[in-house]
Design a protein around this ligand. Sequence first.
Ligand SMILES: [Zn+2]
Length: 478
Amino acid sequence: MSNYELVVGLEIHARIATKSKMFCSCNNEFFGKPPNCHVCPICTGFPGMLPVLNEEALIKGIKAALALNCEIPAKSKFDRKNYFYPDLPKAFQISQYDEPVSKNGYVDIDVDGEKKRIGITRLHLEEDAGKLTHTASGTLCDFNRCGTPLMEVVSEPDIRSAKEASLYAQELQKILRYVGAAECDMEKGGMRFDANVSIRKQGETKLGTRAEVKNLNSFRSLEKAIEYEFKRQIEVLESGGKVIQETRGFDDVKQITISQRTKEEANDYRYFPEPDLPPIYTEKDFVEKLRLELPELPSLRKIRFLKEYGISENDARILTDDPFLANFYEKVVKISGDPKRSCSYITTNLIGLMKAEDETNLDFRNLKISVENLADLVSRISKGEITNNIGKQVFEIMYQEGKNAEQVIKEQGFADSDNEADLEIWCKEVISQNPGPLAQYKSGKESIIGFFVGQVMQKSKGKANPSKVKEKLLKLLN
Ligand SMILES: [Zn+2]
């Protein structure tokens, strides 16, 4: 197996986050809606209907391309990709062929601590097709998805392992989300992958014949499909056969790829310029204006978090994976002034509780705990008003019930000011119960005070404030 090298290029489709479809005013928010309620004569291909380009889709496409370090040519155009299939009532898809809106970019990924650059051939714009549902009594067509705006990001064949493919796809998802160009929600079909997989002998520079595995809709199936193809193609070559250029599907249950059809060549699609849409001319000033509007991208933000907040690499990655969470964290830090504790309450306590509820879906947008309330809790712990141990318990109730820290502390009797009398009793008890350490303290071993504090903390079941305990003990001992 090690005699062979895996070569992968990815085509990633992402639905652009716009209000309306690519060439008509139908609503782009169709997920979960009844079939065929977001359709009009344009997106269902009635004769004589004229498409009009959605400006928002163009702008978001260009912003995504800039974030992927692409060039934006001064001129691009749309083409018709002709094919006949029931999910495509026009019998052609409006896409971009030889003059895409952007080209020649790259994305850097982190593979086991090493930076690797994956080239991007192009990012182009196109419309999606409808959706077919095959039933026992026939095939049903839903055209709600027909004409929704897509960007297709085509990578160079720079990927050398299933893991690299997944890391690249995850990085792309992050970037598109940061830019606000696409939600890339795979559960809703907002992002899908086609993997071009080939193999060659180690040291060989010519590319082997590739098979294209279509419509992978999770990072896991992307990895599994590539791993399977690698093995399959080696077996074909080792048994004296030839890999054929074809389109394959992935069976999620059996975890294998299956031949679907031999691959069409570009000329099978009879591409020609879309006569109903004028070419797009992008002026330099316009592109530069969009570049200025780009947010800080995830890889740079992670580096800044490391430097500015002194948190661990892993924590910085978790926080910057989702722009919403990164913003949430920075707001909490701004109010609490304690970056490390704010971080651990999010990456350990918050995410821990969320994962206990639903491992697969971490939805930070609908939290019951607000920035202000979390910042207030963190400040109270930092100032020593409550212990970290109590803080964790308070946090759990805040997370479940949406109350603020003060409310929870009062309701649960966590406030240590109530324990002033108890504190004195506990301290006296601990001193009288430990004559040995007491003698050591009296003979000058001052560090033994830590032992006494620990004992009092135990008696208080963690509720006492350690700095107050120490103060009280010192008073009693001296
Ligand atoms: Zn429409």
